[in-house]
Design a binder for this molecule. Structure first.
Ligand code: FES
Length: 157
């Protein structure tokens, strides 16, 4: 079974290499497609992409690490990102962060067991005058309090 999965993923990457070419400039496009199709880029996928593009796996990993929309583990169906930048920090981000962790039962960087939510920190969301702020999927919430954050999470749960 494992061998079949590996072969299917390799075949998929080979098709993408044919589509985008086998030089470095194809890397991001290939990663985006694998992310879209599998909700993450596994270690095996990274190694196969590196092998087929004839680049070092570290290069593949560093591109994934750079872009927030690429990840090495599957994420939840909802992505909750709380701003951790200085203004939100001064406006009470920490209390909101604790309330969110308590409500979801996970820490930042983790995904709930039911794969419903992934919790992450984000950098400035451009709502500094209305902090603390967070973004849930593509919707921004501002003037958060611990209670308001919990209410928002209950809507998506
Ligand atoms: S510092 Fe949080 S939105 Fe700008």
């Amino acid at each position: 079974m494992l061998v079949l999965e590996k072969n299917a993923l390799t075949a998929e990457i080979e098709i993408l290499v044919e589509k985008y070419g086998n030089d470095r400039s194809a890397l991001l496009s290939i990663l985006q497609e694998i992310q879209k199709n599998h909700n993450h880029v596994s270690d095996f996928a990274q190694q196969e992409i590196a092998r087929l593009l004839d680049i070092h796996p570290v290069e593949v990993f560093s591109v994934i690490s750079f872009y927030a929309f690429l990840n090495t583990k599957p994420k939840g169906r909802n992505i909750v990102r709380l701003c951790q930048t200085i203004t939100c920090d001064l406006m009470g981000k920490e209390a909101v962060a604790k309330a969110i962790e308590r409500e979801l039962g996970i820490e930042f960087g983790d995904t709930t067991k039911d794969k419903k939510c992934t919790l992450e920190y984000a950098n400035c969301l451009g709502m500094c005058d209305q902090g603390p702020a967070m973004i849930v999927n593509d919707k921004v919430y501002s003037h958060l309090t611990p209670e308001k954050a919990v209410e928002i999470l209950n809507e998506i749960k």
